[in-house]
Every structure is written in C-alpha cells, then in structure tokens.
Design a protein around this ligand. Structure first.
Ligand code: TRP
Ligand code: SF4
Length: 328
C-alpha cells in the first residue's frame, strides 16, 4: 500500500472569502481531499504578526472563514480543520527552527522588506514579523506535510521551509521531508480594478455576496481602456473582465472574444453575461452558507474536532525533533 500524501495549507483569518481564494488553493484542497490526507488551518498567529495592534476581529473572522470553507465544499470528515493557536506544538517547533535559521535568510525574503515599507503605521519591524516564514515552516513541518498548495507569492516562503528542513537534516540527521509547492491553475484572479483580487485592495467579489451586489461590482469593473465608446473595438486579452470569462464562460469564450474585437456588443452586455454566470455558479455556495450560519457554534465544533485529529500527529513530529536535537 502506498502511503497517502499529506497536504497542508493555512489561511490568515481575513473574514469572508472571495473568488481569488476559491480559484487559488481552496479548490485545490477540495479536489485533493478525495485522495490525500489534508490539513487546513486558520493561521491566526500569522494574522497577529501584522495586526497585533487590533485583534478585535480575529475570532469573528476565524468563524466566518471556517463556515466559508465548509460552504465551498471542504469536508471536515476528510480534511483536518484546525486553528493554529490551538496547537502549541507549532510554537515549540517555531522556537527550535528559529535557532537554526540564519537572519540573512529571513531578511532576503522579498515580502519582508516590501511589507515593512507598505504597511505604514502598523510598525511591523518586529521580531515576530521577521520570523513569519519560520512560523510558517513550523506549521508545515510539524505535520510533516508532503505538499503545500500555495499562491505564487508564497513560493519564496515555501523555499525557505525547504531550506530550513535541509539544514535541520544536515545538523541532526534525516528527519524532515522537503515539502513541494502545489500551484493552482489560476495563480492570479483579477479584481474589479484589474489588480490581483485581494481584500486589502477592496476589489473582490465575495463568495456569499448577493446577486445584485455581484452584478453591480462587475458593472463597475475596469475593461480594456481602448473601448471608450460602444463602437470601439477591444482586445479581450487586455481586459480583466475577459480573464474571468475564461473561468466562467468556457463554452462561449470564442464568441465573447469576437464580440469584443468586432464591437458587436458593449461592455455592459459582456459584463452582464459574466454576472449571470458567476451568480449561477455561486448559488449553491450561498444557500449552503446560509444553512450553516443557522447552526450556532458550528465552526468552533469543527475546529475542536479537527484539533483532536491533528494533535497526536503534531506531538509525534515534535517528539522526533526533540530527540534529534538532544533534548530527549
Ligand atoms: N503565509 C500564508 C498566507 O499569508 C498563510 C500560511 C501560514 C500558510 N502558514 C502556512 C500557508 C503554511 C501554507 C502553509 O497566505
Ligand atoms: Fe472587456 Fe467584454 Fe468590454 Fe471586451 S467587451 S473590453 S472583454 S468587458
């Protein structure tokens, strides 16, 4: 019998999920839950590395995110769903890994400098924020995951996890497997302003949004700037609306492209077709989400049950580390 692969990924609790999450690694988890042992956790400690000054929404966002996972089709019977801060083994491994991680490796991570400059007013030149990728390595290595579904922007972090695992193995003997990154087909989903869809840009379409809000957001979405007037021809490849059609209107894609190039229709008609498709595709999610919302405490129960399954795995991993490092 071949051993089932262990797949692990975490999300910072940012509240409700949007299309960027769904087409990023959420759909990967849903696909892989059939054939692999999946670990899916709320990275609330990671959220605190940048938002420690205002943690008031942490619990609300955690709950909303877990309900969104479930409504999207993550099956808690198959996927171990848990919360990072409930698993102290991660913090202990973080400490051990911090001993062997050179500062230079952390300062080199591209997102570090960028974020310190971008998140002005949040004062994140902290020990914890510099150590963000070590904590991420601890998340992955404590469960000895083989595969990590990530967005492209997370690849440098994963590379660092691999480097830390190699260093550990060199120092204390072969113990960790080097986890592989698993990229989804759509690494980047366009938001309504044409930039990457993200909560922080406020350019997202939420999975549970009401149909009229989805339609209104798409109506305001940027298009190929060449199409100013109804009779201007456009280039669909320059249009973020078309990039969403590539997901939702696959059966009529050549026609949509042609109507744009030949100015057979206006952007409003083009966007309304997309709105119809997205609204239809999310209808099941919306119903399910409302059903789950009506069950008080559900998210916390799911997190508690997942934790029971993950804890022995994490403890086992940590025991091996303690032995390897001469503590046992
Ligand atoms: N850094 C990831 C993000 O910002 C979240 C995360 C924390 C993560 N630990 C992880 C992702 C471990 C994959 C594996 O989205
Ligand atoms: Fe974009 Fe459609 Fe307008 Fe072409 S017609 S520019 S694809 S919205």
């Amino acid at each position: 019998m071949t051993q089932r692969k262990r797949i692990l990924t975490g999300y910072r609790p940012t509240g409700k999920l949007h299309l960027g999450h769904l087409h990023g690694n959420l759909s990967k988890i849903i696909e892989l839950q059939e054939s692999a042992d999946c670990f899916f956790f709320v990275a609330d400690w990671h959220a605190l590395t940048t938002d420690y000054q205002d943690p008031s929404n942490l619990r609300l966002y955690t709950e909303e995110m877990v309900l969104d996972w479930l409504a999207a089709g993550v099956d808690p019977e198959r996927v171990n769903i848990y919360r990072q801060s409930d698993l102290p083994e991660v913090a202990e491994l973080n400490l051990y890994l911090s001993f062997i991680t050179p500062l230079g490796w952390l300062e080199r991570v591209p997102s570090f400098k960028e974020q310190v400059e971008q998140l002005v007013g949040r004062e994140i030149s902290t020990h914890g924020f510099l150590g963000y990728p070590v904590l991420q390595a601890a998340d992955i290595l404590v469960c000895q995951a083989d595969g990590v579904p990530v967005g492209e922007d997370q690849l440098p972090h994963l590379e660092l996890t691999r480097e830390i695992a190699r260093r550990f193995n060199r120092l204390y003997g072969d113990f960790f497997v080097e986890p592989q990154g698993i990229l989804s087909a759509y690494a980047r989903i366009s938001g309504t302003d044409g930039r990457k869809m993200s909560k922080s840009y406020d350019n997202y379409i939420g999975l549970g949004e009401e149909p009229e809000d989805i339609r209104a957001k798409l109506r305001r979405m940027v298009t190929d700037p060449a199409r100013v007037h109804r009779y201007d021809r456009g280039d669909p490849e320059k249009c973020p609306v078309f990039s969403l059609h590539k997901i939702y209107t696959t059966d009529r894609l050549p026609e949509v492209a042609d109507h744009c190039r030949e100015a057979y229709w206006g952007c409003i008609e083009c966007k309304d077709l997309l709105a119809d498709r997205i609204i239809l595709a999310l209808a099941g999610f919306r119903d399910k989400r409302k059903e789950l919302e009506a069950k008080p405490g559900l998210a916390w129960r799911v997190l508690a049950e997942g934790l029971e399954k993950v804890r022995p795995i994490a403890r086992g991993g940590l025991a091996g580390v303690r032995t390897a490092m001469g503590l046992e």
